[in-house]
Design a protein around this ligand. Structure first.
Ligand code: PGA
Length: 251
């Protein structure tokens, strides 16, 4: 039985005061949600603030990105060890905004995944197809390519310490959610591909869905057998909405 995980990806949103208020709400409301793992991924500069607010709460801390390099002369970059040092348990790698807006290749994403694990954290590996790729029937080929880049570099065993997030790019921030069945189909495809390499690892790995998840549609998506929670963007910026999604995963 896989334990659900709901992770909030705040992207480049929030300032000290609004983050303080958001975290107050999340921490208070999450206390009765023991059967779901919950994480929040603030912008880098607020990791320390959020970490100190989390204190003894069950909510885990995650980062949205990381450098693939070891510490050194890389102006403006943040290393995996620094994130670990700030209390991060998770790091999102390969989000579609990083792939498309910042040119991150499959190879670079795999290197980031590797450094996150090496530092003792769990990568949340995002995969997903563009609208034109779905419309030209390439969804499985694209997801397989993104997944294989990591399998080939880090090995199937690495997925014992990783989370996968399937995020169809056309559903991110658009209000257009994949249907529960569309999500299930790709999640099952991912799990089957991993199962061909190691059934135990494939059955244990959590595969989150992301893309316009809201309180109103979370339950039906999370009810699908291969959907193990969600990576939540816009809806994670409101405590009540985010907590309702966490509750839907616990049900
Ligand atoms: P969204 O973003 O929930 O705002 O669609 C999801 C994500 O990008 O992780």
């Amino acid at each position: 039985m896989r334990r659900p995980l709901v992770a909030g990806n705040w992207k480049m949103n929030g300032l000290r005061a609004s983050i303080n208020a958001l975290m107050d709400g999340v921490i208070t409301g999450s206390s009765g949600l023991g059967s779901t793992d919950i994480a929040v991924c603030p912008p880098f500069v607020y990791l320390a603030q959020v970490h100190s607010q989390l204190a003894t709460s069950q909510v885990a801390l995650g980062a949205q990105n990381v450098s693939h390099e070891s510490p050194g002369a890389f102006t403006g970059e943040i290393s995996a060890d620094m994130l670990k040092d700030q209390g991060c348990a998770y790091v999102v790698v390969g989000h579609s905004e990083r792939r498309s807006l910042y040119g991150e290749s499959d190879d670079l994403v795999a290197r980031k995944y590797a450094v996150v694990q090496k530092a003792g954290m769990i990568p949340i590996l995002c995969v997903g197809e563009l609208l034109e790729e779905r419309e030209s029937n390439q969804t499985e080929a694209v997801v397989a390519r993104q997944l294989d880049a990591v399998v080939n570099m880090c090995g199937i065993a690495s997925f014992a310490h990783a989370v996968i997030a399937y995020e169809p790019v056309w559903a991110i921030g658009t209000g257009r959610t994949a249907t529960p069945q569309q999500a299930q189909d790709v999640h099952a495809f991912i799990r089957t591909r991993l199962r061909d390499l190691d059934a135990k690892i494939a059955d244990g790995v959590r595969i989150l869905y992301g893309g316009s998840v809201k309180a109103s549609n979370a339950a039906e998506i999370f009810a699908k057998p291969d959907v193990d929670g969600g990576l939540i963007g816009g809806a994670s910026l409101k405590a009540e909405e985010f907590l309702a999604i966490c509750k839907a995963a616990a049900a």
